[in-house]
Write a protein that binds this ligand. Structure first.
Ligand code: LLP
Length: 417
């Protein structure tokens, strides 16, 4: 995480002291580095080189307008899964012509809006969705550009909850049914076939599953050609993993993209990718303060002011995320700490058995929290969600304010008498 480093034992993001940020904006606090985000996008773009293609950042990983606008300014496209995400992209200055729309349950109203603004492509996930899209496009008297999400049935070798390319998963259409799907699409008056896509899973640390998937898709592309169906692009989804633990070998993004480009060369196909985590995970941290320490004869607990409602990955996926002191020189109690939150659930922890030297009032940073962090936060236990800060070359910007108490119930009403 190059954007984060220690200076005189103090954690810094770019040139800004994390302790200062916590003092000014309070905790828990999400902090993102703009340059880290931009560097990751650049790695993808460089990997493409002069091969035609589009990097569509997966908005679900971190949909803050500040983050989206940085990416839009650097020419990114966007992968969206709801109309809410589309409106965010538009507000952030994203180009609708660079948007791909994924998701298994697109509503007619969502299709309509996406057609009105002129998105690049619908990543269709079922035959029923195709029929609905044809109808909606017909009502608007336009043609909807589509790609079929093919389920290549490859094992992504990742956590079962974030593996998506197996037959047992709800996503996409079985690759054996793909040819029939395309023939139907070709016969529909308000559908224009532009591509084929897949997304086999998330947090992949090896390239083999991607290679298997691309080969499977390319074989299909070639079959379609014999049916007279020529595609403009192939979209290999997102999924490249990042380093969370010391043992994780983070894939080299440029090399990975280069490998895909090599595979599809000579076929006149643009390459679309939908990276989420690998763009933002290591650009962000969650800063939290130690409220209390307590020990029994077996465990040492560091109770912090952030909870599973703020960052749910450890609770939900047993995800291991690094936890580091903001002040390395803190003279606290050296022990093996279970770092736990304030929520009334046993699953409310960020890490167990972490060797740290701690005293109450210390600040900790949960690393790699830029992806699937704030976006998965909730108000459980009536806790306002944290503020979000974007740091850019020493410039500090609040890109989301801390939620106020009133905002927690502003949409509610007490019962009628
Ligand atoms: N495209 C599609 C169709 C997706 O479903 C996803 C992620 C992506 C792209 C982006 O994948 P990425 O590059 O971020 O791996 N909440 C989980 C991750 C869920 C991923 C869902 N789909 C976590 O915190 O690990």
């Amino acid at each position: 995480m190059a954007a984060f480093h220690y200076q005189a034992n103090q954690l810094f993001i770019e040139q800004v002291s994390v302790a200062e940020l916590a003092k000014t904006y309070g905790t828990p606090l999400y902090v993102y580095s703009r340059s880290a985000i931009e560097q990751q996008l650049a790695a993808y773009q460089e990997g493409l080189g002069d091969h035609p293609g589009l990097i569509c950042y997966a908005v679900k990983a971190n949909s803050n307008l500040g983050v989206l606008s940085c990416l839009a300014q650097r020419g990114a496209g966007f992968d969206i899964v709801s109309i809410g995400e589309l409106e965010r992209v538009l507000l952030a200055g994203g180009d609708p012509a660079k948007v791909v729309f994924s998701g298994v349950a697109k509503k007619a109203s969502e299709m309509r809006r996406a057609l009105e603004v002129g998105i690049h492509c619908f990543n269709v996930e079922s035959a029923a969705e195709l029929e609905r899209l044809n109808e909606v496009a017909g009502e608007l008297q336009v043609q909807a550009p589509i790609s079929l999400r093919v389920n290549p049935d490859v094992d992504a070798q990742t956590h079962p909850y974030i593996s998506t390319g197996l037959k047992e998963n709800k996503f996409g259409v079985d690759f054996r049914q793909a040819r029939a799907f395309y023939q139907r699409a070709a016969a529909l008056p308000h559908i224009r076939i532009v591509g084929m896509d897949c997304h086999i899973g998330s947090q992949l640390l090896v390239s083999k599953p991607f290679e298997d998937a691309v080969d499977r898709l390319l074989a299909l592309v070639d079959e379609l050609k014999t049916d007279g169906i020529q595609l403009d692009h192939i979209d290999m989804g997102g999924g490249i993993g990042v380093q969370y633990t010391e043992d994780d070998q983070e894939p080299d993004v440029r090399a990975y993209v280069g490998l895909l480009v090599e595979r599809i060369k000579g076929r006149d196909l643009a390459l679309v990718l939908e990276p989420g985590r690998s763009i933002v995970a290591n650009a962000g941290i969650l800063v939290t303060e130690v409220e209390y320490l307590k020990s029994n004869d077996e465990h040492h607990f560091a109770i912090v002011d952030a909870g599973m409602n703020d960052l749910i990955r450890p609770s939900l996926y047993q995800a291991w995320m690094d936890i580091v002191p903001v002040n390395k020189a803190s003279v606290g109690q050296q022990a093996s700490w279970d770092v736990v939150g304030p929520i009334c659930e046993t699953g409310d922890f960020f890490g167990k058995g972490r060797a740290l030297s701690l005293q109450a009032g210390d600040l900790l940073a949960v690393m790699s929290a830029g992806a699937y962090g704030f976006v998965m936060a909730s108000n459980y236990n009536s806790r306002g969600r944290p503020a979000e800060i974007l740091v850019s070359q020493g410039h500090v910007q609040v890109v989301r304010q801390r939620e106020t108490m009133e905002s927690l119930w502003s949409l509610e009403a007490t019962a009628d008498a």
